[in-house]
Design a protein around this ligand. Structure first.
Ligand SMILES: Cc1ncc(C[n+]2csc(CCOP(=O)(O)OP(=O)(O)O)c2C)c(N)n1
Ligand SMILES: [Mg+2]
Length: 329
């Protein structure tokens, strides 16, 4: 993983940096709260936290335009928050309440937003990849200039359907950015134990799809790579692959004690590459913000997350009649 230190001074405004700081912090604090509520028994079922990977989605959302689409796996809370979905609605879905974005009937892995063009939330590893190409096919057919961000993990990248999708996306020049969120583990399996090459994006070459490695702990690097990928897609040149090297601090899901790696390994990444600390440092050393300014932002985010948690506890359980709505049979 690339180190945190940025050698040259980035050409970025104070406001922009503060926005990224705020957005990444919202995801981190939201996920920490979700972890607490899970521990208290208020969230049941599967719950996969995104802590450590915040710069990936925040950087790419900064490169997106209105109308662009996004689709991802079960590790999806960060993607929802970053595209502007309501934290209270997401948290109440986690607790299975009426005020949840799927009326409490979907849970962590099954939320969608037509308004924000968020297409899930998919529990079957890799399933979102052909779906993402399908969304891009629709945009191309309608000639609306839209681009679809299709996120998947390093583990999912070993699935056959990914390569069937690469073939069709390249053949039809679909406007899709394939984002491989390489957090180095697929459940308890380290990438080196499951994957034939250290870099995955190179597999795109076989299909004529360009791609690159991105430092996923540096939100500015992610945004810059995202802009390049999106420009490629919007110019009608077909798909692009971003292999974003990142790291998840927590276990695969809330039920994973993560015994397959050492505490020291996680601690080292936290200390040397944390994406939020990186922006914090840029803000402070560039004199774009004072410690007090950052404290005020921390307080503001804490408040948003506390309100989301309160709402998720106070919202009632869905009524029994809800069992008969939103079904297609
Ligand atoms: C088709 C399928 N096979 C296996 C699983 C079980 N499973 C859930 S997550 C996962 C690992 C995926 O890892 P990765 O793609 O790297 O994503 P990450 O969890 O690291 O975000 C596996 C094998 C599944 N959900 N679907
Ligand atoms: Mg992974």
């Amino acid at each position: 993983m690339a180190a945190r230190k940025t050698t040259k001074k980035p050409n970025v405004s104070a406001e922009e940096l503060k926005t990224y700081y705020r957005e990444m912090l919202l995801i981190r604090r939201f996920e920490e709260k979700a972890g607490q509520l899970y521990g208290m028994g208020l969230i049941g079922g599967f719950c996969h936290l995104y802590i450590g990977q915040e710069a990936v989605v925040v950087g790419l959302e900064a490169a997106a335009q209105d109308g662009d689409k996004r689709i991802t796996s079960y590790r999806d809370h960060g993607h929802m928050l970053a595209c502007g979905m309501d934290p209270g609605g997401v948290m109440a879905e986690l607790t299975g309440r009426e005020g949840g974005l799927s009326k409490g009937k979907g849970g962590s892995m099954h939320m969608f937003s037509k308004e924000k063009h968020f297409y899930g939330g998919h529990g079957i590893v890799g399933a979102q990849v052909p779906l993402g190409a399908g969304l891009a096919f629709a945009d191309k057919y309608k000639e609306n200039g839209g681009v679809t961000f299709t996120y998947f993990g390093d583990g999912a990248a070993n699935q056959g359907q990914v390569y069937e999708t690469f073939n069709m996306a390249a053949l039809w020049d679909l406007p899709v950015v394939f984002v491989i969120e390489n957090n180095q583990y697929a459940m308890g399996t380290a990438q080196a134990r499951s994957t034939s090459s250290p870099d995955i994006y190179v597999r795109g070459e076989a299909f004529g799809i360009p791609g690159e490695i991105v430092n996923g702990m540096d939100v500015l690097a992610v945004k810059a790579a995202g802009e390049k990928a999106v420009a490629h897609c919007r110019a009608g040149k077909g798909p692009y692959i971003l292999e974003v090297k990142t790291y998840r601090y927590r276990g695969h899901s809330m039920s994973d004690p993560a015994k397959y790696r050492t505490r020291e390994e996680v601690q080292k990444v936290r200390e040397q590459s944390d994406p939020i600390e990186h922006v914090r440092e840029l803000l402070l050393t560039g004199k774009h913000a004072t410690e007090d300014d950052l404290k005020a932002i921390d307080k503001e985010i804490k408040e948003i997350v506390n309100q989301a948690a309160e709402f998720s506890k106070e919202s009632p359980e869905p009524a029994v009649e809800e069992l008969w709505t939103d079904i297609y049979a």
